[in-house]
Every structure is written in structure tokens, then in C-alpha cells.
Design a protein around this ligand. Structure first.
Ligand SMILES: CC(C)(COP(=O)(O)OP(=O)(O)OC[C@H]1O[C@@H](n2cnc3c(N)ncnc32)[C@H](O)[C@@H]1OP(=O)(O)O)[C@@H](O)C(=O)NCCC(=O)NCCS
Length: 157
């Protein structure tokens, strides 16, 4: 399995995974627009095809945001999601992101467990966050920098 940057020709597979993963999938044009706006977009490739992806961006100066992540059902529970988040985390660190935040449906217990497993902490739910009225759980993770890793200039001076 390799993790690499999204290429335009990946959109068909990404969309297939998106459509089978979410009841309210992003349409293809929105995914491409987000990419064109400069979001991070990584795909996991195995057996010569895209089997998962993660989209993320820096919302404010030191605040990272995971917009979407999904792994093809046939390839789940093989730590592909974990590796996608870990790779995004490394990129965030390079941009001095201190905190990663995301929203997850309250009823998406699998994803909530997945994120908790990765060190994300659940915050107060946001009532009626989704169009269908479901609440969102905000989760975040403070990124710890190890000795020798790049730090925000303001902390160095
Ligand atoms: C959430 C998702 C990306 C996880 O991807 P994955 O590659 O299967 O996850 P991993 O194999 O890295 O899982 C790591 C750990 O997370 C937890 N986990 C992952 N999926 C789980 C599930 N369905 N049920 C319970 N725990 C789960 C487990 O602790 C797992 O470790 P284990 O397999 O050793 O028990 C995947 O389930 C998915 O695409 N879901 C549909 C889309 C979605 O809900 N995205 C998140 C929206 S915010």
C-alpha cells in the first residue's frame, strides 16, 4: 500500500468510495473545487487502485481541519485510514499546525472510535449540525512536536 498525492484521474475512484461511504456524499465538482482551492488531498493505493483518501486543509493559521476521509469497505480494518491520518498529520506539522479538528456524525460510532484510537478527543456536540438534523461531535487533537521538529517561529524567538 502506498500513500500519494491525489491526481485528477483518481476522481472516479474517489467518488465511488465517497458514494458508498456517506449518505450525503460530496459531488465530484465539490471535491475537485476543494482540491483546486489548495486543500491537502492524499490517496491510498493498493492492488493498483485507489482504496482510500483523505482531504484536509489549514483553516486558520495553526488550525488543521480534516474535511473527509474514507476507505473502500473491502479494504477497511487494515490500518489504511490510520496511515492516511498519520500522513496528513506529518504534513500539518510541516505547516506548523498545532491542532487538528473535525466533525463527525454522532451516530458514526465506528469513525468516532477510529479517531479516539488516533488520539482525538471528543468535544461538546453541535446540535442539528447536519442537514438531516443529526448532531455532530467535534473532535480535536493537539499535535505534539518532538525534539528537533520544526516549530512555529514565534515559539523559537
Ligand atoms: C473511519 C474509516 C476511515 C476507518 O478506516 P480503516 O482503514 O478501516 O481504519 P483502521 O484500519 O486504520 O482502524 C484503526 C482502528 O480504528 C477503529 N475502527 C476502525 N473501524 C472501525 C469499525 N468499523 N468499528 C469499530 N472500530 C473501528 C479500531 O480500533 C481499529 O483498530 P483495529 O482494527 O485494530 O481494531 C473507515 O471506517 C471509513 O471509511 N468509514 C466510512 C467513512 C467515514 O465514516 N469517514 C469518517 C467521517 S468523519
Amino acid at each position: 500500500m502506498i500513500i500519494r498525492e491525489f491526481k485528477r484521474q483518481d476522481i472516479k475512484r474517489v467518488l465511488e468510495i465517497e458514494l458508498t461511504s456517506f449518505n450525503d456524499p460530496y459531488p465530484a465538482n465539490v471535491l475537485v473545487d476543494i482540491y483546486n482551492l489548495g486543500a491537502g488531498f492524499l490517496v491510498a493505493q493498493q492492488d493498483n487502485m485507489v482504496v482510500g483518501y483523505i482531504i484536509f486543509w489549514i483553516r486558520f493559521e495553526n488550525d488543521g481541519h480534516i474535511i473527509s476521509i474514507a476507505v473502500d469497505k473491502k479494504y477497511q480494518r487494515k490500518k489504511i485510514g490510520t496511515q492516511l491520518v498519520e500522513t496528513a498529520q506529518e504534513i500539518f506539522k510541516k505547516y506548523n499546525v498545532k491542532n487538528i479538528r473535525l466533525e463527525v456524525r454522532k451516530g458514526n460510532h465506528a469513525a468516532r472510535k477510529f479517531y479516539r484510537n488516533m488520539g482525538f478527543v471528543e468535544r461538546t456536540p453541535v446540535i442539528n449540525y447536519y442537514e438531516d438534523g443529526e448532531d455532530a461531535v467535534i473532535m480535536d487533537k493537539f499535535l505534539e512536536f518532538e525534539e528537533g521538529e520544526v516549530q512555529n517561529k514565534s515559539e523559537k524567538t
